[in-house]
Each structure stands twice: as C-alpha cells, then as structure tokens.
Design a protein around this ligand. Sequence first.
Ligand code: PLP
Length: 375
Amino acid sequence: MSRFDEIIDRRDSDSEKWRKYAGRDILPLWVADMDFAAPPAVLAALHRRIEHGVLGYGGPWPSLVASVLAHLESEYDWQIEAEWIVWLPGLVTGLNVACRAVEGDVLTATPIYPPFLSAPRLSGRALHRVELAFDGRWHWDKSALETASTATTRLFLLCHPHNPVGRCWSRDELSMLADYAERHDLVVCSDEIHCGLVLDQDKRHIPFASLSPETARRTITLMAPSKTFNIPGLGCAFAVIADPALRRAFIRAQQGIVPHVNVLGLAAGEAAYRHGSEWHAELLDYLRGNRERVIVAVDAEKGVKMGPVEATYLAWIDVRELGLADPAAHFEAHGLGLSNGADFGAPGWLRLNFGCPRATLDEALLRFSRGCRAA
Ligand SMILES: Cc1ncc(COP(=O)(O)O)c(C=O)c1O
C-alpha cells in the first residue's frame, strides 16, 4: 500500500475543493490541489514553527534562499542569483502584478488556466489570444502565433508546463517562443508552478529563462513549492527576475497591495525543498499510475478523448461529441465535479484532477463512464 492510498476526509474541512459540493454525493475532481497529506518533513517543520509560539511578521532567511537556489540548480540545472528572487503569496498575484508592471497589451495561449484570462482585464490591459493546436497532441501553431501579437503587445503569459493541456514544453518549442519574444520585443511571464510535476520519465522541465542570458533578461519566472508538495493553502511563491529594471518595475507594481508571505509558508517551503525529494519521487510514481487509469477510462468511452498528460495531475478531456448543452452540469448530475472548459476558453472540454487516492479515482472514473453512457 502506498501512503497516497490513505483517504483523508476533507468533507467538513476548510477545503475549497470539497466544500463546493457539501452535503451532495459529488466527488470533487476540480480545483488543482491533491487529496494527499504534505510530506512528513514539511509537517514536522510546521509543528516546530508553531511550537515557537510567536507568529509575528516574517520574511525569507538565508538558509531558505539557499534551499531555493540549490533546488533550482539540482532539479533544473538553473543557476540564479539570490537577489533575482521576489517573494509572493501566490502565482495568481504574480500574473496580475506582471500585467501591471509591463505596459502594453497581453498575449496568451488558450485553452488556459482562467486567471491568465482575467489578469489582463483586472489590470486594464487588452488581451490577445492564440489557440494551441490539437491533433491528438497539443502544440504551438506558429503561423497563428505570428498574427496574434500586435504592435502594442508587450507581455506574453506562458504556462509551462501547461495547465490544462498537460504539455511539458520541449527545448525546441521554448527556443521558438524565445525567438518570437525577441522579434516582437515581448516580456515573457512564465508560470512554472507545475514544474515539479513532469510525469513522463524521458522529459525534463526546462525553465524558460534558463535558455540563454538574452531570454533571462526578458523573463519573469513564477514558481512555488505549492503544487509539487501539495501546500497551496500556505501561500508561498516567488518570482525570479534577472533584469534589474524589470525587477524594479515588478516590485513597484506590487507595492502597497501585495502582502508578505506568511511565516508558515516560508517554513514549509524550505522543508519541502530540502527534505521532500523521497516523497516527491513516490508521488510522481503514484500519479503516473493514476494517469494510466484515467487514460484507460477515457479510451473506453465513445465520444470523449484526451491528449497525453506529460505533466501536471490534470486530464483535459474533449467531450464535445457527447453533444451535451452543459457538460460540467451533466457530470455533476452523475456525481462527478469537474472543471468547466468554458472557464479556460474552451467550451465542450472538462478538466479532471487525478491527484487523489486510487479508491476515490476509481469511483470517480465509474461515475465518468456512467455520465458518458447517459449522454
Ligand atoms: C498555472 C497555474 N498558475 C497558478 C495557479 C495558482 O497559483 P496560486 O495558488 O499560487 O495563486 C495554478 C493553480 O492551479 C495554476 O495551475
């Protein structure tokens, strides 16, 4: 038995994921957190921090910063300087701050995690979209990309690995995007929150900014231990910005509205980076098994399909051929709560979060099959 098989009841907890369907027999496989306890080393660090007793204002300390630097170097062969780091309470905050820091229109690729669509609007920026292409596998449509950015486009919001399509962008694809950003003089804000969740063993996450010093100069990288170690409720994230002028603009845009990272998030982050690797390897193994179950279940049904999930614990499923007026409501009526593709700019698609114990997933997949057959 794996530690990830344990069912921890979240029904009457603070969980956003489970509270949505409180009192109804609907399994929530929507918002992107996992139903797993955090790594033991993280929980121990939190206990130690609580036992100290005083929870005043805090900030990052040298060994925490060193753990981030060491993690980025060992996992991604990416060397950064400590002063390039700007701590944040979350990546969505980072996306919104980036939109405010860079003057001009914003470009992003759809389907996409909804805050990429709302951040430009909330920041008073025009948004241009380019559709990713799907032919059984998701990829960039280079000619669509060329016409998507206008003379006033200044910021490109990149999701890498991509939520919801699950691609871990390759070096060739990233180099094509870096060349594109150079030619159109774009700042790239690369949201790499899922970087620790590459499931394919023949693939590696390559930070966009690590491609070259020129690319680093135009990049705001957003990262966090939150998805990988399942601690998103602790609100600990950071931006890496090599260029001093861009970093100053980013810091200026967050002044007065972005709070400190809370001290528990910082303590958890250091423990995760320093002592989380064994748990992390087990997690990836477990998620690979879950991914396989999802593929088998989707393949078995007529009228539904999905591309390979190279990274993340999210399956992006095309249900358009089922001909449902409201696919998310239909599956809820069959006891399964999925994310609605319309929110990602893609009506007719659903996102299924397979970061849960196998017993939960198996029941959810049974409900999925019933829902497909009843369509
Ligand atoms: C691509 C992406 N960015 C950001 C977030 C949320 O980040 P945070 O909770 O740190 O704001 C998510 C959560 O699902 C995500 O998938």
